[in-house]
Structure formats: structure tokens, C-alpha cells
Design a protein around this ligand. Structure first.
Ligand code: 0CM
Ligand code: SF4
Length: 324
């Protein structure tokens, strides 16, 4: 629903608002690829194409694909025999493709290659005889997927720095750490330091597993937040990387709100506000950014500034079955 008409001032009466737009923001290479996989699957097989879990954590994207004939389910038992199915960008436990194969389902894996990389590292650490301490958020599909790459009991979840003190391992035991891709760069650095202090023998990935898109978007928010009175982050409540952007802004001392789209903005939020920072999580399309700018422009005379803190050129190949 659009904001009530009476709140929109006449153009000549609209007070000025400076809008600081973060860049990079929005879609990453893994999200672009995952959406393209569903679109190509729809072209190739025709609807319905089943998708296990939201392909990316964004309702606008999911609704758009639903309109084209995608059917979203949480588990494979909701996929009829013979139907094509796509696994979401967040990755799946090994049991999922195994089950799809057992049932003879035609499946396409849209797991982001940067998540798959962590899956392979997990396998390698287990082969090397190490127990894995996995830094991540309990219940998140990526965490479920990564923990499902290794035998039960070989990976322990570490959610916070306080969890480190409670770990019942000795300094003799072979240990490795890995992380979810969409974590807070700052929190993860602190948790890793605490792990290294407690377990000097622990080994970790050469470069951290937090993906380029997550760290670039966090750095971009850090650049706009100190000069903003309010930061708006476009993203879903179940989108880990988007939630982290809200935290980053708040840690800069700036109020921040997660919004799914323009309709979520309450006009009162802007009272007494001269500068709004704007960004979008890796699963939020640019259309929604423009929608927010347009909405703000109904209320205020907006002066837009984009602050570029990094250039992104990453592109991921499609799965073999679709690359033609
Ligand atoms: O992992 P997260 O909850 O941030 O997922 P998302 O769908 O919002 O963003 C893209 C990804 C991945 C993996
Ligand atoms: Fe891949 Fe990072 Fe994008 Fe997730 S946020 S899909 S890990 S590039």
C-alpha cells in the first residue's frame, strides 16, 4: 500500500533530504546465478519447477519466480516424482542430493560456489582427522547444509564468543574452524581470535570464509553510517547478510531499520532526519532500492549521493546441465 496521500507534501514544500546510497549493495554473484538457474530451469522443463527453500531470502524474488511457475517447498518429500527441483543458494546437507538421486529426481544445485567451497573444506578437515568448530547461526539453512556435509558429531557449532569458553576440547585435540559465509566480519574476527587463544593448535582456512559480497556490503555501510541519521537496509528478516548490515550501522552509532520494501517505511521515522543512508542485502533486487528512493522523494526533496567503496566483477558459471 502506498503511504496515505495526506502525508505527501506539495513538491515545493518538501523539506530537503540527503540520501547516501552504499555501493556495493544488493545482488551478489551467487544470487544472480541462483535466480538464473531457476529461470533457465523454467525455460528448459516448463512449469512447475520445484525449488527447495526460498532460492534466496527475498519475498519479491520468490514471488516473481512463483508467478513464472516455480513452486517453493521446504523438503523433497513435497516434490512429486519426476518433477525437476532446484536447491537454494544456501546449500543443502549431503542427504538431500542423495535422496533426490534415490528417487530419480532431476535436480539442479544452485548452492553458491562460495558455500560449496566451505563444504569441500569441511570434508577435507574431517579426512585430515580434525574436529570442526563451525562459526555460524543455529538453524540457518547454510549452517544446516554445511553441518550436513560431515558425519554427525564431527562438527560443533560456535555462535558467540561466549560459546568458546564452554568448548570441552583439549589443546591436544586436532581442531579446525570454518565459518558461515554471511557473518559479521568483526564478530567473526573476535571469535576466531578467542578460538586461537584457547586452542593454539587450531587450523583455519587461508582466507576467511565470509564471502566477498558480505564483507564488501558491510564495509560500504560503515562508510555511509557515520554521516547518516538513519540507515535503511532493504532485506528480509531471515536474510543473515542483511541483518548483519543493520548491526554494522548500529555499531557506528546510527539508528538502522531493516525494511522489506518501501511500504515498510513509516513517515515518522524521517521526522527531524536530514540524512538517510540506504543499502540492500545480497538477496535484495535494485528495483526495491529505486522503489525506496521514489517513496522518499514523495515526502522530501531528495539529493542522492552514491558512495562507492569497492567494485565487484565476480560472475559464477552456471551448472554444467544449464551452461550452453
Ligand atoms: O545467507 P543469507 O541468509 O544471507 O542468504 P540470502 O538469501 O539473504 O543472501 C544470499 C545468499 C546466500 C548463501
Ligand atoms: Fe554467495 Fe556470498 Fe552471495 Fe551468499 S552472499 S550467495 S555466499 S556471494
Amino acid at each position: 500500500m502506498n503511504a496515505p496521500l495526506q502525508t505527501a507534501a506539495r513538491p515545493d514544500e518538501r523539506p530537503a533530504l540527503t540520501l547516501l546510497i552504499a555501493a556495493p549493495r544488493g545482488f551478489c554473484a551467487g544470487v544472480d546465478r541462483a535466480i538464473e538457474i531457476v529461470e533457465r530451469a523454467l525455460e528448459r522443463y516448463g512449469p512447475p519447477v520445484y525449488v527447495r527453500h526460498e532460492i534466496v531470502h527475498n519475498r519479491y524474488v520468490v514471488d516473481g519466480l512463483k508467478a513464472k511457475g516455480a513452486v517453493f517447498v521446504e523438503e523433497l518429500d513435497a516434490v512429486p516424482d519426476g518433477a525437476p527441483v532446484v536447491f537454494s543458494a544456501h546449500g543443502v546437507p549431503k542427504a538431500v542430493p542423495a535422496e533426490a538421486e534415490r528417487r530419480g529426481l532431476d535436480y539442479l544445485d544452485a548452492t553458491c560456489p562460495l558455500v560449496s567451497k566451505v563444504h569441500r573444506q569441511a570434508e577435507r578437515q574431517i579426512e585430515a582427522g580434525r574436529h570442526i568448530l563451525f562459526i555460524g547461526h543455529k538453524g540457518h539453512p547454510e549452517v544446516v547444509g554445511t553441518m550436513g556435509q560431515v558425519p554427525e558429531g564431527t562438527m560443533t557449532l560456535v555462535e558467540t564468543i561466549d560459546d568458546v569458553a564452554g568448548l570441552a576440547f583439549s589443546t591436544e585435540e586436532p581442531l579446525a574452524y570454518l565459518t558461515q559465509t554471511t557473518l559479521s566480519v568483526e564478530d567473526t574476527r573476535n571469535i576466531v581470535a578467542a578460538l586461537q587463544e584457547r586452542f593454539p593448535q587450531i587450523v583455519g582456512p587461508r582466507a576467511e570464509d565470509i564471502c566477498y559480497a558480505t564483507s564488501n556490503r558491510q564495509a560500504a555501510v560503515k562508510a555511509i553510517a557515520p554521516d547518516s541519521d538513519l540507515v535503511l537496509v532493504i532485506g528480509a528478516p531471515n536474510s543473515s547478510n542483511s541483518l548483519r548490515l543493520v548491526e554494522v550501522a548500529e555499531r557506528c552509532g546510527t539508528a538502522a531499520r531493516l525494511i522489506q520494501r518501501a511500504d515498510d517505511i513509516e513517515p515518522e521515522w524521517l521526522e527531524g532526519i536530514g540524512t538517510v543512508g540506504l543499502t540492500a542485502g545480497a538477496s535484495a533486487p535494485e528495483t526495491l532500492v529505486r522503489e525506496v528512493v521514489d517513496r522518499l522523494s514523495q515526502w522530501r526533496t531528495v539529493e542522492e549521493h552514491t558512495l562507492v567503496t569497492a567494485e565487484e566483477k565476480m560472475v559464477f558459471k552456471l551448472p554444467r546441465q544449464l551452461a550452453d
